[in-house]
Design a protein around this ligand. Structure first.
Ligand code: DGT
Ligand code: CA
Ligand code: CA
Ligand code: ZN
Length: 581
């Protein structure tokens, strides 16, 4: 038991009082105690045992709250709280996790419509039973529906691009307010995971309370979950939680290291420190004198930068994307990872001929402006009717248009290609004599994505073995937080790719990220080249490359393993070699 339990106790008091319609002064008083307990350094549990009178002398804790703390510490529960719990349905407080829903709304739903948990709210929404409830207009009802979907399908995790947008907005807001001198994203966002549980930010601020104030009132913030001088958590309107930690400038590296994680990586680093008689925590690396909180007694051996900390542990710096479940000697001092600037070619792009937003010439011009040496035009094939896939006649006409575009724009190689559908049994959507006329063939599954794993394996292996295919596009068709897609035996698909010299795509769209990190790593280990493609549809289509690059980095890829990072000569030779030339 510690202060955190006391904080939760009074938070629960405040919530239950509000749900039962208690007087707002009582609600506020309990919330205040929770906030006071949050920012205290003295151990309240200890104090309740040794000097209970001292409790009520603490600013923010009155005599009745002090009595509750003593009751809680000595008996393990509080009678008043038990009484409140008995009045409130157990599933009701969970409704407070919905974006934009506070105790007042929940109380109304409960009292006026008999809603007691998420399930009964959902059926009330389905049966249109919230009609006429004060304050529940169409917009709020839609928000409730979205909120339930969010809690259900995403299990509270959001796509990396959505989390990144929130993190960047928070950073911009705090910098513009002039309240932070340094600020960096940490956690899973910095490690580049495909989904993010919550956003973690680490910052240095000369005026902590002012920085926290600016953070808690940033645009889009729906609710302050906790706030204290060094840590605040807020929930955004879309449900995403953001944590901000303010740390001393001289401990920035140690805090960034600690809050970047992963937890497993931190465990390995702490073990390494221990072996050397040292102690690693979020304040720095210290000599271990056997006592807790060494930062209160010793200056750190290292704390300012991550590199300094790794060095003091006898290690080279580790890229954040690699700080996952791997031994330290595999991640520290790893060969240089791919960067977005290494990408020099786009090999999967759509035009207005199928479902792209740019006409051919504009696509080529933008690829050139981006500094690419090669762009492949790969519109959809005829089976993708919904995407206006090209008939054979239109495809043949497009080849001529591509040759002309290359001449007109100049200074960039334009490949005539296709994103050809892999049909349900692994055959391709155009006859071989048509495919043979193309410079580049990307074969991708689009339909029948719920096949049994064995059927999916056979389908993909057959496509990969096709002698005219260069790249297997978004191999599983999964959508992040959307649909699982195919679940083939990836070892078999990779083995087939290796045998036939086909590259596997990491589709960089943040909704796809397909291949995923683990499978990309398997491909690298099997010496199968990767392609990182934007699957360009719109004018901002190249902007997603960063997400694909991050997946490749998590897989440990360097520029040598990614065909889009090869120079023109090497890439064109590889492409031609797949045509027997
Ligand atoms: P997420 O938010 O689920 O996508 O994943 P993370 O990795 O961002 O996890 P989060 O937000 O709970 O914590 C951020 C980092 O802080 C985590 O990667 C490691 C560090 N951390 C947090 N709590 C603990 C802890 O109890 N023990 C250790 N060793 N590290 C922790
Ligand atoms: Ca996190
Ligand atoms: Ca967190
Ligand atoms: Zn595509």
């Amino acid at each position: 038991m510690g202060n955190a339990e006391i904080v939760r106790l009074f938070e629960e008091f405040a919530v239950l009082l509000e749900l039962t319609g208690a007087n707002s002064f009582r609600v506020l008083a309990n919330a205040k105690v929770a906030r006071a307990a949050e920012s205290l350094t003295v151990d309240l549990v200890d104090l309740a045992r040794t000097d209970p009178k001292a409790l009520s002398a603490i600013d923010g804790i009155g005599t009745s709250s002090a009595a509750k703390i003593v009751e809680f510490v000595t008996t393990g529960s509080v009678k008043d709280l038990e009484g409140l719990r008995a009045q409130v349905p157990p599933g009701l407080p969970a409704l407070l996790g919905l974006p934009g829903v506070g105790p007042k709304s929940v109380r109304l739903l409960w009292q006026e419509r008999g809603i007691v948990d998420l399930a009964s709210l959902e059926s009330a929404l389905d049966g249109d039973r919230l009609q006429g409830l004060a304050g529940f207009g169409p917009k709020k009802i839609q928000n409730l529906r979205d909120g339930i979907e969010f809690l259900k399908t995403a299990v509270g995790r959001v796509r990396i691009d959505q989390a990144l947008a929130v993190a960047e907005a928070a950073i911009t807001h705090l910098r513009a307010a002039g309240v932070v001198s340094r600020i960096e994203p940490a956690g899973s966002l910095r490690r580049g995971r495909e989904t993010i549980g919550d956003v973690d930010l680490v910052a240095v601020a000369s005026d902590g309370p002012r920085a926290m104030q600016a953070f808690c009132t940033m645009p889009g913030a729906a609710k302050v979950l906790v706030t204290g001088p060094t840590k605040s958590s807020i929930r955004m309107q879309d449900g995403l939680q953001v944590d901000l930690r303010i740390v001393p400038d001289e401990a920035f590296g140690a805090a960034l290291l600690y809050f970047t994680g992963s937890k497993e990586h931190n465990v390995l680093l702490r073990g390494r420190a221990q072996q050397r008689g040292l102690r690693l925590n979020e304040y720095g690396l210290f000599t271990d004198d056997g006592l807790d909180a060494p930062q209160d007694r010793h200056p750190p051996l290292a704390s300012r930068t991550e590199a300094e900390l790794y060095r003091a542990l006898g290690l080279a710096w580790a890229e954040p994307e690699l700080r996952e479940m791997r031994p330290l000697d595999e991640v520290c001092g790893h060969a240089p990872l791919l960067t977005v600037d290494d990408i020099r070619a786009e090999l999967h792009a759509h035009t207005t001929e199928s479902d792209g937003a740019m006409p051919l010439l504009e696509l080529v011009q933008r690829a050139k402006d981006r500094g690419f040496h090669t762009i492949a035009v790969t519109d959809h094939s005829r089976s993708s009717v919904q995407a206006n896939g090209l008939s054979i006649e239109r495809l043949l006409a497009q080849i001529d248009a591509v040759r002309e575009a290359e001449l007109r724009v100049g200074g960039i190689r334009v490949l005539a290609g296709s994103e050809v559908d892999i049909l349900v049994d692994g055959r391709l959507d155009y006859p071989d004599e048509v495919l043979a006329k193309l410079d580049l063939v990307v074969a991708s599954p689009h339909a029948s994505l719920k096949q049994a794993p064995e059927v999916a394996t056979a389908r993909l292996v057959r496509a990969v073995r096709h002698p005219l295919v260069h790249i297997l596009g978004h191999p599983t068709g999964r959508l992040v937080n959307g649909r699982p897609g195919l679940e083939p035996d990836m070892h078999a698909v990779i083995a087939a790719a290796r045998e036939s010299g086909v590259a596997l795509e990491i589709n960089a769209h943040p909704a796809r990220l397909d291949l995923r990190d683990l499978h990309a790593r398997m491909a690298i280990e099997a010496c199968v080249p990767l392609a990182i493609n934007g699957d360009v549809h719109g004018r901002d289509g190249f902007d997603v490359l960063r997400f694909g690059v991050q997946v490749a980095r998590r897989a440990g890829a360097g520029p040598d393993q990614v065909i889009n990072a090869w120079d023109a000569k090497r890439l064109h030779a590889w492409i031609a070699s797949r045509r027997g030339g």
